[in-house]
Write a protein that binds this ligand. Sequence first.
Ligand SMILES: Nc1ncnc2c1ncn2[C@@H]1O[C@H](COP(=O)(O)OP(=O)(O)O)[C@@H](O)[C@H]1O
Ligand SMILES: [Mg+2]
Length: 298
Amino acid sequence: MEKTTTARTLALMNQKGGVGKTTTAVNLAAGLARLGQRTLLIDLDPQAHASLHLGIEPDENQPSVYDVLMDPSLDPSSAIRNSGERLDVLAAETDLAAAESELAPLADRTSRLGNAIGKLAHHYDAVLIDCPPSLGLLTINALACAHQVLIPMQAHFLALHGVGKLLETVKMLSGSVNPELRVMGIVLCAYDAQASHTREVVADLDDFLSSAAGTGEPWDGARVLGPAIRRNIKLAECPSFGQTIFEYAPGAPGAEDYEALARSVLDRLASNQTQRTTSSLDAEIHVKPQAQPAEHLP
Ligand SMILES: Nc1ncnc2c1ncn2[C@@H]1O[C@H](COP(=O)(O)OP(=O)(O)O)[C@@H](O)[C@H]1O
Ligand SMILES: [Mg+2]
């Protein structure tokens, strides 16, 4: 008998490109599916990288996420493609680029995605949204309906730049159409523990997140999630084969890291409690437990 749970929705967002959003969206979705979660991955980036990563080619006979957004009368399940056990995809094609301007004049321009997910949610335990590298209407649609936000990032100094703007956008949505929106945390991608600046960047991030404790901000309780995803060439190779890391190189560090991240995310998705004080933090990166406001962050 089919379960009637309603999915938890997680938006992977960072307006910078090349930080690991898509790699994380695809492999985290596959990791959650392997943990028994009925998972839907929504490719909301006109570059369609997540779709291509899973070997999904444009198909003129099947609607894509663009059609779902532009035609509210369309049954969104007609656009779903299967990509393995418990893993479905709402794929993008390059026509999605037009959606930003075509949605703009519409009164319900920020709620189109949420309405579609609402019709699908009872089929899934988790919905992951791979956002485009911008803070435009597509990302706003994701933030308007997500329960939580995960921010993939690389641990170099410029990566911190822009976090303020990103959180401002989250706050704007949580202050209006989506009061329950919370930031789950930051996941560090292509992590190199040997690089000298890495620990400093992690410490800055940790300080900033700690300093939000008790403020009631949507990132109050967010964490640098463990584990960091190590730099691993297999993760960069697997999209060319249309495979997840679990299919392409199941023994690689990338598979190990994304499996562990999936466990960590599942724990937080299920409870929707981003404030933790106990054992689930053991695996997480804590460089400086003491809160110090980071000057360069809001
Ligand atoms: N942990 C990692 N190790 C090695 N390469 C990675 C890792 N994570 C991402 N990459 C590579 O970095 C590039 C950018 O990652 P991607 O996930 O596409 O970022 P975004 O979606 O934020 O633009 C891609 O070529 C990807 O294969
Ligand atoms: Mg991407």
